[in-house]
Design a protein. Structure first.
Length: 141
């Protein structure tokens, strides 16, 4: 990928932390670590686990400096956002007006994913052919 190495490492670190957080949250939801009384969130728990694994794989791709790392990270962010929104919808459909800890965790994960998605989008490689030609020209001198 034609992205600066330190930017790619930073994005990879954020993806690894978010992926680990998603896996831990999915395990906590699945084992009733959070008081989720609603059974409508089971598909979103599975989707959250998939998003966590996808974020961890994308982080590995970014750390290994692979071309597919950035696009895998974008896709994993989209899956994570869908999982967080589905969890919030399922939890708020079966709860009263008081916020539970599971709704707070899901909302916080949604906000973190949106901020991270914006940062990843801003760091995307722009004009890759032009940057490649500059690197070739710099080696010639």
């Amino acid at each position: 990928m034609l992205m600066r190495r330190r930017t790619e490492r930073a994005i990879g670190a954020v993806a690894a932390v978010l992926g680990g957080t998603f896996v831990i949250a999915a395990l906590a939801f699945a084992t009733d670590g959070f008081e989720s009384r609603v059974m409508d969130v089971e598909p979103s728990i599975v989707l959250g686990g998939i998003a966590g694994v996808a974020l961890l794989l994308a982080a590995g791709g970014l750390f290994a400096h692979r071309r597919w790392g950035w696009s895998a990270d974008m896709g994993a962010h989209v899956i994570g956002i869908i999982a967080a929104v589905l969890t919030l919808i399922g939890l708020s459909a079966g709860s009263d007006t008081v916020l539970t800890s599971s709704e707070i965790v899901s909302g916080a994960l949604l906000v973190l994913l949106l901020v991270s998605l914006f940062a990843v989008w801003r760091a995307r490689p722009r004009r890759p052919m032009r940057r490649a030609s500059h690197r070739v020209a710099a080696k010639l001198y």
